[in-house]
Every structure is written in structure tokens, then in C-alpha cells.
Design a protein around this ligand. Structure first.
Ligand SMILES: *[C@@H]1O[C@H](CO)[C@@H](O)[C@H](O)[C@H]1NC(C)=O
Ligand SMILES: *[C@@H]1O[C@H](CO)[C@@H](O)[C@H](O)[C@H]1NC(C)=O
Ligand SMILES: *[C@@H]1O[C@H](CO)[C@@H](O)[C@H](O)[C@H]1NC(C)=O
Ligand SMILES: *[C@@H]1O[C@H](CO)[C@@H](O)[C@H](O)[C@H]1NC(C)=O
Length: 330
């Protein structure tokens, strides 16, 4: 009788868990936090430094945070776009933020030599930075064999080394203030090997390595490290994405009919993850979440599944079209 009850308990737990991973658009820790955790309202008055804030996930995370009265440093290359984002942030904050609460920092994040002076500008404007959100980055679509080494280097300069260098600058500040929080917009490709996106996948895996080390080294200090891993979203990242050729842009775009999470939802989930200081959060529409769960908790099963579904179908899950359609437009 006792074991029957335990058995039923375990079975129910397993079934519920599986069902939830299929219904939720994020991992179950983040799902619980969204329902029962701290509201992003708690971040009100904090200062968040966002790179790549002029478009995509960076832009929409800025909107989500502005709604809760979070002060922002918005950085990206294009000042005009930053101004547009700032105007909308002020509007969305419904009076919680005024002009001086949003600082615009036009900068090229790959110009590492400027990191210290740029970061100092933000610190002297606000007196402190609470969270550094490394979001700037570019994706890639290419056949692995055809990628030029120059592309590997450029993509790592942007997605990895710029992030690492800026974070080191922020860590000096966090060490001085005695607390800090660094977050990176990684990707589902930081967890699973994404086909036809070799360098990008490598760069996101590198980010996980770097920041998991950082977290453990500082676990006794007041430093939090968050890896945000969105799946496919409705943002314009496919235009700027790298291919296999140096200097070439993909010029592709997402379609309304694609299966993707909205940038708004992704920005909001990022805010929930930040306020709850999660270590790693996954976001995406079905079947992205169960797929990551299987890959992490049942790797043998995952390998079998990949064998059955194959690289083309895996790619289609991500882009809602084939690599060929992406590389040669429609
Ligand atoms: C996140 O939310 C949970 C659920 O309410 C709360 O108990 C927890 O303290 C929060 N975690 C952090 C690190 O803020
Ligand atoms: C990293 O950032 C520091 C501070 O801005 C800068 O002095 C250094 O040159 C940067 N590293 C590289 C390789 O540019
Ligand atoms: C951090 O700050 C402490 C003193 O507050 C100092 O001794 C230490 O050298 C700093 N560490 C780094 C890496 O800057
Ligand atoms: C994207 O457009 C540019 C300029 O129009 C062109 O040179 C490049 O080859 C295009 N990229 C691809 C992958 O077709």
C-alpha cells in the first residue's frame, strides 16, 4: 500500500512535469517565478545597463523594465534608434521615469578599449549600476564546412570577447559597491547544438562556459550571474546575421506566419528572470522547452530523437523554413 502511494505520487509528478514543460513557454523555474515569484516591480529604482538596446530583445527588455520604473542605460551604435527606444520607454513608464533616468550611450561594443570610459559615464550619471545586461550580438546561418575563419573570429569578437571585456569592467564596479548582477542574452543554442549555425552555437556555448565559471568563483560573494536563453523570437535579427563569408549579411527576415515567441513576451520573461536572479532561464514556444529538457536531463534519448528527426527538421523548428530558403531568400 505504502509503495503504491509512493508510486502513484512519482508517476503523477512525472506526468505533471512533462505536461507543464509542453504547456509553458519557459522552463519551469521561471514559470513558477512568473506565477508566484517576485514581481519585476521590485526592480523599481534600480539601474540596468543594456547593450544592443536599439532593437530586438534588448529593446523589448528595456520596455519591460521601463514599465516597472527601472532606470536604464541604453547602449548601441545607432543614436537615432536609441532615441526612439528612449521615447517609448518614457511613455511606457507612465511617469515613473523622467528624462534623466534614461541615459543614452552610443557605442560600438566591439571597441573594447572604450569599455571603461563608457561604463564610467553611466556610473557617474547614476552613481551606480545594479545590473549589466549583455545583449548585443548577432546570429548566423551557414554550412559548417563553408565558414571562413574570419567569420569565426568576428563573431567571437562580438558575441564573446566584447561581452567578457565589458563584464570585467562592470565587475570592478560591483566589487567596489559590494554587490552586482551580470546577465547575458544567450540562446537555446547555448544549450543545444543548433545545426547550420556553427560559429554562433560555439559562441553561445563559450558564453555559458565563461559565466558558469564566474558564478562559481564568486558564489560566496554578492554577485549574481544570469544566462537568458530565448528560442526563436519575432525580432529582425536575420537581416544582420552572419553567413559563412566574411563581411556578408544574411538579409533574411522573419515571417508573420513563423512559429516564434513575441519580442514583448521575451522581454517580460527576461525581467522576471532578472528580478528573481535565476542562474539560467529558457524561453520558447512548443516544442522548444520539452526539447531542451530532454537534451539536458535525458541526453541519450535526445541523441536518439535527433537521429530520427534529422538536422533539416531541427533547423526548421528554429527558422520555420529551410536553410536553403534562408540563404537564397524566397
Ligand atoms: C523569486 O521568487 C520566489 C517565489 O516567490 C521567491 O521566494 C524568491 O525569493 C525569489 N528569488 C530571488 C532570488 O529573489
Ligand atoms: C578591455 O577593456 C579595458 C577597459 O576599457 C581596456 O583597457 C582594454 O584595452 C580592453 N581590452 C581589449 C583587448 O581591448
Ligand atoms: C575588490 O575589492 C577589495 C576591497 O574592497 C580589494 O581588496 C580587491 O583587490 C578588489 N578585487 C578586485 C579584483 O578588484
Ligand atoms: C545581402 O545583401 C548584400 C547587399 O545587397 C549583398 O552583397 C549580399 O551578398 C547579400 N547576402 C546574401 C547572403 O545574399
Amino acid at each position: 500500500m505504502f509503495f503504491t502511494v509512493i508510486g502513484i505520487g512519482v508517476f503523477t509528478y512525472g506526468a505533471l512535469y512533462t505536461l507543464l514543460t509542453c504547456l509553458a513557454d519557459c522552463d519551469l523555474e521561471l514559470w513558477l517565478y512568473e506565477k508566484f515569484g517576485k514581481s519585476p516591480r521590485r526592480l523599481k529604482g534600480k539601474v540596468v545597463f543594456i547593450t544592443g538596446a536599439s532593437s530586438g530583445i534588448g529593446e523589448y527588455t528595456a520596455y519591460a523594465l521601463a514599465k516597472f520604473g527601472v532606470k536604464l542605460t541604453l547602449s548601441a551604435r545607432r543614436l537615432n534608434e536609441l532615441k526612439r527606444v528612449k521615447t517609448k520607454c518614457l511613455e511606457l513608464s507612465k511617469g515613473q521615469l523622467e528624462d534623466k533616468d534614461i541615459l543614452l550611450l552610443p557605442m560600438d561594443v566591439t571597441d573594447c578599449a572604450s569599455h571603461k570610459s563608457q561604463f564610467s559615464k553611466a556610473v557617474s550619471h547614476f552613481g551606480k549600476i545594479d545590473i549589466l545586461l549583455n545583449n548585443a550580438g548577432r546570429s548566423q546561418r551557414a554550412n559548417w564546412e563553408e565558414i571562413e575563419l574570419e567569420v569565426d573570429k568576428q563573431l567571437f569578437d562580438l558575441n564573446v570577447f566584447a561581452v567578457v571585456n565589458l563584464t570585467r569592467v562592470a565587475l570592478e564596479h560591483f566589487n567596489a559597491t559590494g554587490e552586482g548582477h551580470v546577465a547575458v542574452v544567450s540562446s537555446v543554442a547555448g544549450v543545444i547544438g543548433a545545426p547550420y549555425s556553427g560559429t554562433y552555437t560555439g559562441s553561445k556555448h563559450a558564453i555559458h562556459g565563461y559565466f558558469n565559471s564566474l558564478r562559481i568563483e564568486n558564489m560566496r560573494k554578492n554577485l549574481h550571474v544570469t544566462l537568458l536563453c530565448p528560442g526563436p523570437t519575432f525580432t529582425n535579427f536575420l537581416g544582420e546575421a552572419f553567413t559563412g563569408k566574411a563581411g556578408e549579411k544574411l538579409n533574411s527576415s522573419v515571417q508573420e506566419t513563423d512559429k516564434r515567441m513575441t519580442a514583448e513576451r521575451c522581454g517580460y520573461l527576461n525581467a522576471v528572470a532578472l528580478v528573481n536572479k535565476t542562474q539560467e532561464s529558457w524561453m520558447g514556444l512548443f516544442p522548444i522547452i520539452p526539447l531542451i529538457y530532454v537534451s539536458v536531463y535525458f541526453p541519450v534519448l535526445f541523441k536518439l530523437a535527433v537521429k530520427v528527426i534529422g538536422p533539416q527538421y531541427l533547423f526548421k523548428l528554429r527558422d520555420s523554413k529551410t536553410l536553403d530558403q534562408n540563404l537564397h531568400k524566397d
